[in-house]
Design a protein around this ligand. Structure first.
Ligand code: GCO
Ligand code: MN
Ligand code: MN
Length: 398
């Protein structure tokens, strides 16, 4: 590790990785694992590596650490060893979640399954996983309903499915309140994969759902770059909506080509300009949450490649943060932005608040002649965007 490198990650950057990210063995629907399956020993080794390369912490699903069928004694032994490794490395566990998708029991959903026994088992498993998260110090609990969906629309009434989803989240909020847990919930949307269609497919849909819950104050969002890009959407816009609503509780950073299968690529490795505007949004608004990477190394990589992948995610974030600083210090860019945002105070005051007088002014006195020049005036966005491109390509700024 070169010292004095300003892009070297440090714990204060608050970078986190899921155990399932660096532990990903490179299995895909067409091919077997290319790297060893993770176990407690490899997890402990990775904690050491992550601490060495400057990460802040790790996040986990219950079964990333404790096998599905572990006995109570085994669970306690594993958790104790994991906690010791956390202590030795100084890494934290800011977020935890439940695996409600791998086991065949969840093949037709967990909280939205038609089968009450499956829904009850999903609650049982989630309560235990929340206990584990709280024990490890997690402040955010993520819900990703990967199996909450359909291929066969005849099989599930989508309105009933949403009611069941709501009932489960409400139940689990009460569970946390009843136990005095301070943990907050963050819901993660995805349009499809592994289901043909997943309910509440976008961050915006998830946000609307939150306000129908019994405790909307406890529940926010965990938007993911790849999921919004799979739907062909602008991720920064989704994040901005969550941020503006005070609902950005967590974030899953990665990269993805638009409208493809779930690629989970290294942060910034696709759509560099989109990644820049995402970092700009998070940094401009001093978003206090963890910069969590939910991605995995290419299938071509061995364990050294996985380390390069982890380092790459964090370095690219820091380099883009540096580019954000350059953007704000770039006189030419800032002059264009000042002009674009010059404003018109008297007019904006009239629009800010309805009154009969303001309405009368805007309806009767203000009109097309006041804006006619706007129709033909160029906005200079070609120049502005080119300046951003040149800044990102490293030929502007210092
Ligand atoms: C995916 C999801 C998951 C979740 C994880 C945490 O597409 O597989 O992004 O990685 O984020 O289960 O809830
Ligand atoms: Mn994902
Ligand atoms: Mn995710």
């Amino acid at each position: 590790m070169s010292t004095g490198d300003r892009f070297q990650p440090v714990p204060e950057d608050h970078f986190t990785f899921g155990l399932w990210t660096f532990g990903n063995p490179g299995r895909d629907p067409f091919g077997d694992p290319v790297r060893p399956l993770p176990n407690l020993e490899s997890i402990k080794r990775w904690l050491g590596i992550l601490a060495e390369i400057g990460a802040y912490g790790v996040n986990l699903h219950d079964n990333d650490l404790v096998p599905f069928d572990a006995s109570a004694a085994e669970r306690d032994r594993i958790v104790a060893e994991f906690k010791k490794a956390l202590k030795d490395t100084g890494l934290k566990v800011p977020m935890a979640t439940t695996n409600l998708f791998s086991h065949p029991i969840f093949k037709d959903g967990a909280f939205t399954s038609n089968d009450p026994k499956v829904r009850a088992f999903a609650l049982h498993k989630t309560m235990r996983a929340i206990d584990l998260g709280v024990e490890l110090g997690a402040q955010v609990y993520v819900f990703w309903g990967g199996r909450e969906g359909t291929e066969v629309d005849a099989s599930k009434d989508p309105v009933t499915a949403l009611k069941r989803y709501r009932e489960c989240i409400n139940f689990l909020c009460e569970y946390c309140i009843d136990n005095g847990y301070q943990i907050k919930f963050a819901l993660e949307a995805k349009p499809n994969e592994p289901r043909g269609d997943i309910f509440l497919a976008t961050t915006g849909a998830m946000l609307a759902f939150i306000y129908t819950l019994d405790h909307p104050d406890m529940v926010g969002l965990n938007p993911e770059v790849a999921h919004e890009h799979m739907a062909g959407l602008n991720f920064s816009h989704a994040v901005a909506q969550a941020l503006e609503a005070g609902k950005l509780f967590h974030i899953d950073l990665n990269a993805q080509k638009l409208c493809r299968f779930d690629q989970d690529l290294r942060f910034g490795s696709e759509d560099l300009k989109g990644a820049f505007f995402l970092v700009k949004l998070l940094e401009d608004y001093n978003w206090p949450g963890m910069r969590h990477f939910d991605a995995h190394a290419y299938r071509t990589e061995d364990l050294d490649g996985v380390r390069d992948f982890c380092l790459g995610c964090m370095r690219t974030y820091k380099i883009l943060k540096e580019k954000v600083r350059q953007f704000h210090e770039d006189e030419e860019i800032q002059a264009i932005l000042r002009e674009l945002n010059a404003g018109d105070e008297p007019l904006e005051t009239r629009m800010a608040q309805y009154s009969r007088a303001n309405a009368t002014y805007l309806r009767d006195q203000f009109g097309y002649s006041d804006v006619a020049d706007r129709a033909t005036r160029g906005l200079g966005y070609e120049r502005l965007d080119q300046l951003v491109i040149e800044l990102l390509l490293g030929v502007r700024g210092s």
